[in-house]
Write a protein that binds this ligand. Structure first.
Ligand code: F6R
Length: 366
């Protein structure tokens, strides 16, 4: 069942070129209607004219939701709030007709997410589900939704479900941006082409595994790690840190790179590995200066960079290259090396990668 891989997690990381393609299959084309998400037609108007989106999720799915916020705001100009389901359900949130609540869940069984949806539904919002497990409780509760078609995810640490969720949200954002007249035709087609190229580019990232293993060996005995990213890649920093802590038990934190100055920079010394996602074109100079700040305090910098990058590669202790793509799509590539890094660190530390202590695959109690 592990198809020759040592762990399910490793298999699932390597399946991503296919699972991402499966998520797009039959849904994406250069011919009208361009992006077709089954199950949405009936609610097309409600979604296209939504006053705002509220994304509700937990854990890794919440990180995918944060990327969704950047995507929907940037491409479709729809206001978005991303909520931890556990907080949303116990607040007295302002949710009304015209709001669309998007639930993100791999298992479709997460108790807090389910309860948050029930509450939002009672307040008159439309509920849209982005779920992996077919027929799960959340998929049955929603008004409409799209499966991500990632196939069974067995490793407790979510990997291919995360990229599936991000691809789905990306397709939604591009489609809405087009329908709402927020993105020019040429950019729209460029994004479709680039999305279609993502599976092949993930394949290329996976080819850097040996180098990632080498880096894993350099940081496997550290007690802490910091992950930094900006813009679309800030949620990827959070996700990289979560992947590391949950399976290797190394304490890790993710931060928006510029927030470092407001506290975490005090932690940086020669003992602190700092993993920087440095692929953003729009904030390149700013990331360069964030890296300089880390190096000035003797931190060890591991940078995820765009192929051919020179400036950052010179400053960083280690670099991992990912192929160039449109900036809104970079999380689909930049998260891959972070998944592999965590996996190899955990294996080197002798951890039970597929079944980390204290964690369950479906969190059906609050
Ligand atoms: C982390 C992880 C968890 C889940 C979270 C939500 O790798 O797997 O953080 O993402 O428990 O689960 P779902 O997506 O099933 O609602």
């Amino acid at each position: 069942e592990k198809s020759g891989y040592e762990h399910f997690m490793l298999k699932e990381i390597h399946q991503q070129p296919e699972t991402v393609a499966d998520c797009m299959r039959g849904r994406l084309s250069h011919e009208s209607p361009y992006i077709r998400l089954g199950g949405v037609e009936e609610y097309d108007k409600t979604i296209t004219n939504a006053r705002r989106f509220i994304i509700a999720a937990c854990g890794t799915s919440w990180h995918a939701g944060l990327i969704g916020e950047y995507l929907f705001e940037d491409l479709a100009r729809i206001p978005v709030e991303v909520e931890y389901a556990s907080e949303l359900r116990y607040r007295n949130p302002i949710i009304q007709e015209g709001d669309v609540v998007i639930a993100l869940s791999q298992s479709g069984e997460t108790a807090d997410t389910l309860a948050a949806l029930e509450m939002a539904k009672a307040k008159g919002a439309m509920i849209y589900g982005v779920v992996n497990v077919v027929g799960s409780s959340i998929s049955r509760l929603t008004d409409a939704g799209s499966y991500i078609h990632a196939g069974p995810e067995i490793g407790v640490a979510s990997t291919k479900a995360f990229t599936g969720q991000v691809v789905l949200l990306t397709m939604m954002a591009i489609s809405l941006g087009y329908k709402r007249g927020r993105i020019p035709n040429s950019y729209f087609h460029k994004l479709i082409t680039e999305l279609q190229n993502i599976p092949g580019k993930i394949e290329k990232v996976l080819q850097h595994e040996e180098q990632i293993k080498y880096i894993a060996n350099e940081i496997k005995d550290r007690h802490n790690a910091l992950y930094l990213g900006r813009g679309f890649n800030f949620p990827v920093a959070l996700e990289g840190a979560l992947k590391l802590k949950e399976i290797s038990y190394i304490h890790a934190e993710g931060y928006p790179a510029a927030e470092m100055k407001h506290g975490p920079i005090a932690l940086i010394d020669e003992e602190m590995p700092v993993i920087v996602i440095a692929t953003n074109k729009s904030a390149y100079e700013k990331i360069v200066s964030n890296i300089q700040e880390v190096k000035a305090r003797k931190g060890m910098v591991i940078a995820v960079v765009t192929e051919g990058d020179e400036a950052i590669s010179k400053m960083a202790d280690y670099t991992i290259e990912i192929p160039d793509t449109e900036e809104p799509l970079t999380p689909l590539l930049s998260v891959i090396p972070l998944q592999l890094l965590s996996y190899h660190i955990a294996v080197m530390r002798g951890c039970n990668v597929d079944q980390p202590r204290n964690l369950a695959k479906s969190v059906t109690v609050e």
